[in-house]
Write a protein that binds this ligand. Structure first.
Ligand code: THU
Length: 161
């Protein structure tokens, strides 16, 4: 038997204001994206913004449905839009934020496993990591370069592609 240990790396900033302007702008886009969140069931609004190499910004927000499992997270709404429309324009960074009137979010919302797996697929496809910026308006910001810090055991099998 062998024990293994995996360490993950991420940076924490105390606020969005500590980021460089280009990342601050992307965070502002993620906040804008929350406006179109359709979340009458959870009342939990999530916004995601992707910055592409060309400078184009893609927005996504969570879209819920009365048939609950039919809904989709903000990240995958944005990522699948990218895959369907801009697959040749690499994703440089993704900012994600959330808000609810029900309670105070003191730390960033970390993307669910399904969204991380989708991001992992597109990182492989574009052969370059995506900078992920998770933040809440009045709280800390967590930044990582590439998906493997968040999902070290992501599923990937080259022979399936
Ligand atoms: N949600 C996201 O949009 N992204 C995440 O990373 C986690 C959860 C959404 C799904 C659902 O609409 C609501 O937040 C509550 O789970």
């Amino acid at each position: 038997m062998t024990n293994h240990e995996i360490k993950i790396a991420f940076q924490e900033y105390t606020s969005v204001k500590e980021l460089d302007t280009i990342d601050q702008d992307l965070c502002a886009e993620a906040v804008k994206a929350m406006k179109n969140s359709h979340s009458p069931y959870s009342k939990f609004r999530v916004g995601a913004a992707l910055r592409l190499k060309s400078g184009k910004i893609i927005l996504g927000s969570n879209q819920e449905n009365v048939a609950y499992p039919s809904g989709l997270c903000a990240e995958r709404v944005a990522l699948f839009h990218w895959g369907a429309n801009h697959p040749d324009d690499p994703i440089i960074s993704m900012a994600v934020t959330a808000h609810t009137d029900e309670f105070v979010l003191q730390k960033p919302v970390t993307s669910c496993g399904a969204c991380l797996q989708v991001l992992a697929e597109y990182e492989k496809m574009q052969n370059q990591p995506v900078k992920v910026i998770l933040f809440v308006t009045e709280g800390p910001v967590w930044v990582t370069n590439g998906i493997e810090s968040f999902l070290p055991f992501l599923f990937f099998e080259d022979r399936l592609s």
